[in-house]
Design a protein. Structure first.
Length: 339
């Protein structure tokens, strides 16, 4: 049970980045489809759980080896390289974002904030897998409790009703949301599945329940919020600022933790795939992270993120096809044995 909670915490922390915790992804992928957004959240939560279980069961010495079970070797190599590059970009993005939050909160230069986050990552990475799992688990608890607590507080306080929209594309949006997060989550889960051998089914159940509860709380809070809040870049933080400055400060800490966990999950996976000694790989990544996070690469990030979403959809389908074939093969084998 403890191991299942640890793995679920890492998975949830990987997905809960700034877009999730801020509420902007909830607005874009779910609230935009008002009457059906509950069902969209249900479908997405179930898919997250299913794919957590399936990805944890893939076996291979590396992410590329696991991908070769799903696709031809040349495409598996390309997927591995793109995943490595994309996770590096996510790591840089989260360093920049979390450093920016520190800078805005205490009024310091953003480079000081980035440097501080780099030191945190360096210390945790040097403790290898044990340190990574411990740090991500603690942060995941803080994020989940913090988000749930703030949502409950806001619901008790009351807020203005918002106008809503409706669309029949809610099912596609739900699938897109899962596939958008699948590429990074796949690399993290495959790595954990091969090293930890967790109870896969329990991890899937816990993941589905966690995502369903948090997404629904965010949905309920944001659907009762003014349109000006929904239109902002960080809806939950904006709503907290309207309610109470101290609440906004606390939620800024939750956002920081969400960015940090995403940075840790992506960075740790990248370190494990650099063909150098572990300590040297950590120092190299942190050095690149510090200087790279200070650059303006929003155009590159937008393009890479969009491409990652497309790759996630392909991976989404390949995983389903792989396990469908596996299931049919097992059924045929049973029939043969019965005969």
């Amino acid at each position: 049970m403890k191991q299942a909670l640890l793995i679920t915490g890492v998975f949830v922390a990987t997905v809960i980045g700034a877009g999730f915790a801020s509420g902007s992804e909830v607005v874009h992928y779910f609230i935009a489809y008002h009457n059906t957004c509950f069902w969209g959240i249900l479908v997405s939560s179930l898919l997250f759980g299913v794919f957590a279980e399936l990805l944890l069961s893939l076996e291979g010495a590396s992410f590329e080896a696991c991908m070769q079970q799903l696709m031809p070797a040349p495409f598996a190599k390309l997927t591995d390289l793109f995943s490595f590059f994309f996770m590096g970009i996510v790591f840089l993005t989260m360093l920049s974002g979390s450093g920016e939050i520190i800078a805005q909160t205490i009024g310091a230069d953003r480079h000081i904030g980035i440097f501080f986050v780099c030191i945190i990552c360096l210390i945790i990475f040097l403790f290898d897998l044990k340190g990574f799992l411990a740090a991500n688990s603690i942060l995941a608890i803080f994020i989940i409790v913090g988000m749930v607590g703030v949502c409950v507080f806001l619901l008790a306080s009351g807020s203005l009703p918002a106008s809503q929209t409706n669309s029949s594309r809610w099912l596609l949006a739900s699938g897109n949301y899962v596939s958008y997060n699948l590429l990074t989550a796949a690399a993290v889960l495959v790595s954990l599945g091969n090293t930890q051998k967790p109870p896969r089914f329990l991890c899937g159940i816990l993941s589905s329940i966690t995502f369903f509860v948090i997404l629904n709380l965010l949905r309920i809070v944001l659907m009762r919020s003014p349109d000006s809040v929904l239109a902002s870049e960080l809806p939950m933080l904006t709503l907290c600022k309207l309610q109470n400055p101290l609440l906004a400060l606390f939620y800024a800490a939750v956002l920081f933790a969400a960015m940090l966990t995403t940075a840790l999950s992506n960075g740790f996976t990248v370190v494990g795939r650099i063909p150098l000694p572990q300590k040297l790989s950590v120092c190299l990544l942190i050095s690149v992270g510090y200087f790279g996070a200070g650059m303006n690469f929003s155009f590159l990030v937008n393009r890479i993120y969009r491409l990652a979403g497309d790759c996630g959809i392909v991976l989404f389908l390949l995983i389903l096809i792989f396990y469908l074939k596996k299931y049919l093969k097992m059924q045929n084998s049973k029939k043969t044995n019965d005969i």
